[in-house]
Ligand binder design. Structure first.
Ligand SMILES: [Zn+2]
Length: 271
């Protein structure tokens, strides 16, 4: 455990070095984006409590299959939808049924799965996180952790989607059988800030999973984390305010192709 934090930070920095030239930080301090994946599930009610108590700006990456599989999923989805501090984003309809290699072997189906989720949840923002992958596509900048996502990610980018990975994960450590402490996660963030190796320097996207909040100790750590972020006067925002997020434009030809529009060849040449 002693060496875990520097190792995680080092790996994140290695990944960052492959990213294209980053947008420079505006110098107005650090901005943190808390994101929660793989909901709605039963433990998402703890996230609802947190948002209610604190008006915490969060981005929830929802899986459509979970929304429609139970009345709990639908109730939590409605709460998110009606709460202005919550940003709902797209984590696919199927979550690859947790068979990622098979899923990414068919990029066209990945795109369809994302479109199905957007359609079934009536999502307004084209903000996506690919299941099981830390892949980024934001306004022409990119990072790909595993190359099997490349084709799907590039197609989604052409359709105007912004694909977010994460800079730091509030992870479960199997050796100690516990989640990172708030202090440990903040140490990782301090490292990222000091060495300018988040995807966009000065902006840190944190990945959490809704299941984490089922653990009482982890909920206490989340409280300590939020207190510390506020004590430092770091801003907390949702991803629509991430640098470059609003600037991505869809490629008209890709949009026509995916929507099965058939246009005469001579017309396509002039588009
Ligand atoms: Zn996921």
């Amino acid at each position: 455990m002693k060496y875990l934090i520097p190792v995680i930070a080092f790996l994140v920095c290695l990944q960052s070095s492959r990213a294209q030239s980053p947008v420079s930080d505006t110098g107005t301090g650090v901005t943190v984006y808390l994101t929660f994946d793989d909901g709605p599930v039963k433990t998402s009610w703890h996230l609802v409590d947190l948002i209610r108590a604190d008006s915490l700006p969060v981005t929830v990456f929802l899986v459509g299959r979970y929304v429609f599989s139970s009345s709990t999923g639908m109730s939590i989805f409605r709460y998110y939808r009606d709460n202005p501090v919550v940003e709902i984003a797209n984590h696919s309809y199927s979550h690859a049924r947790n068979k990622y290699k098979k899923y990414y072997a068919k990029p066209g189906q990945v795109v369809s799965d994302i479109l199905k989720n957007e359609d079934s949840l009536h999502l307004r923002e084209k903000i996506v996180r690919l299941p099981g992958r830390n892949t980024w596509r934001i306004n022409g900048r990119q990072r790909t952790d595993l190359t099997d996502t490349r084709l799907a990610a590039d197609s989604l980018m052409k359709l105007g989607y912004r694909i977010f990975g994460w800079d730091a994960e509030w992870r479960y450590d199997t050796a100690s059988q516990s989640y990172l402490t708030a202090r440990q996660l903040i140490s990782v963030m301090d490292f990222l800030v000091r060495h300018h190796c988040s995807f966009t320097p000065g902006h840190i996207v944190i990945l959490c999973h809704d299941t984490m909040l089922g653990d009482e100790w982890a909920r206490q750590q989340m409280g300590l984390f939020i207190t510390e972020i506020r004590a430092r006067n770091w801003k907390m925002k949702t991803l629509r305010d991430y640098p470059g997020c609003r600037d991505s434009q869809p490629d008209l030809l890709e949009t026509l192709r995916v929507n099965n529009f058939f246009l005469p060849k001579f017309l396509l040449q002039h588009l």
